[in-house]
Design a protein around this ligand. Structure first.
Ligand SMILES: *Cc1c(COP(=O)(O)O)cnc(C)c1O
Length: 373
């Protein structure tokens, strides 16, 4: 069994993907060009924002946002303690300080209550200026943006949505990657919408930030790429990846989001009586980057038993960020981070992708139920 079956996905859409790659080879324009432009237009329309700017990966996308905002020394950027390293890594990269915020045990996403506590603690201390919040759509479910937006407004802070795992999710009619002042995503192969290498994108309605990010991602270009007016990066999405994403996009929107939601529904039907299953908030739609259960006390044993039955599973994430020593240099904890610590000891992510068969879902569920009984 595959944890995320990228080969099944390719075979399901093989002709379109082969043709897309072939047409870029025949055109022999490998950077920029029509596929990149078309993709940006399509994604901006789908998400419902004015600008989509593609870039080299989801980490650069976050960094480009912080650069456009001029975040730097003595600025505090609030991040959930339970997420992939990238979310926090970009903060010291621009010389600001990541402040860790605890998460909600049911949704795994940033706790609005803990966020406000952390902002007040930083303000009290008086060393750093609370500038921005990075809220993550962890495992596919949008963060609690209604509550988090209320807080960033109250304290006059910027909101960055890290939608690397959330692309395709929604709150009501509003799509993931439209909730931040700037939002970002990743096209890493195993993300909800993946390419065949690295890729990422930035979304915003703000014309000025969009223009800055267009410049920063190509060596701080001015009027052209040999007129360099600021220190930037080389962070373009290449043409083959854009063509692959265009070829996969229709299936993603029309089939795959429904398919992963059906898989999640089946898992939950089998497991909900006995196991702590992932909760999706009312009116929220997840893109199910992961289906993550909590197995206090038996997580590692269950992982072994699943492996013996040819069922792959993953621990996302084995360490909360505040236990990553490199992030704690010149840094400290401003609030309790107990839920994040607890989750790192108990979570287990199960095989989840749009091409799982009912038999496979059944086999995973029955194996788990046997361990629990
Ligand atoms: C994958 C991921 C990123 C980084 O994306 P890359 O394309 O791998 O750089 C950032 N944040 C989260 C939450 C992620 O899962």
């Amino acid at each position: 069994m595959e944890f995320r079956d990228l080969k099944a996905q390719y075979l399901n859409n093989r002709t379109a993907i082969d043709n897309a790659i072939q047409s870029v080879l025949l055109e022999s324009r490998f950077i920029g060009g029509e596929p990149v432009r078309q993709l940006e237009e399509k994604l901006a329309e789908y998400v419902g924002v004015r600008h989509c700017i593609t870039c080299a990966n989801g980490t650069d996308a976050l960094q480009l946002a912080l650069m456009a905002w001029g975040i730097g020394e003595n600025d505090a950027v609030f991040v959930p303690d339970f997420t992939f390293f990238s979310t926090a890594e970009v903060v010291p990269w621009v010389r600001a300080v990541p402040v860790f915020v605890d998460v909600d045990a049911d949704t795994f996403n940033m706790s609005a209550k803990s966020l406000e506590e952390a902002i007040l603690a930083v303000t009290d201390e008086g060393r750093l200026v609370p500038k921005a919040v990075i809220a993550v759509d962890l495992f596919g479910q949008p963060a609690d943006f209604p509550a988090i937006r209320a807080i960033t407004q109250k304290y006059d802070m910027l909101l960055l949505e890290d939608g690397a795992q959330g692309f395709g999710g929604k709150i009501g009619d509003k799509m993931a990657c439209s909730f931040g002042d700037i939002s970002t995503t990743s096209f890493f192969p195993a993300k909800p919408l993946g390419c065949y290498g690295d890729g990422g994108a930035v979304f915003t309605n703000n014309d000025e930030w969009a223009e800055l990010i267009e410049s920063y991602k190509v060596h701080g270009k001015g009027d052209n790429k040999y007129d360099n007016v600021r220190i930037g990066l080389n962070s373009r999405l290449d043409t083959i990846q854009a063509a692959i994403l265009l070829a996969k996009f229709g299936v993603f929107v029309n089939e795959e989001i429904d398919a992963v939601n059906e898989t999640a529904c089946l898992y939950s039907k089998y497991l909900s009586e006995v196991i702590d299953i992932p909760a999706v908030k009312q009116n929220f739609v997840s893109s199910w980057a992961q289906y993550t259960i909590k197995m206090p006390g038996v997580r590692d044993r269950l992982k072994d038993i699943l492996a013996q039955n040819d069922i792959p599973s993953m621990v996302y994430y084995p360490k909360p960020l505040h236990e990553q020593k490199v992030l704690m240099t010149n840094n400290k904890m401003y609030t309790d981070l107990n839920t994040a610590s607890m989750l790192s000891q108990t979570v287990l992510s199960l095989p989840m992708h749009p091409y799982m068969s009912a038999d496979e879902i059944d086999k995973v569920a029955q194996t788990i139920l046997k361990v629990k009984k």
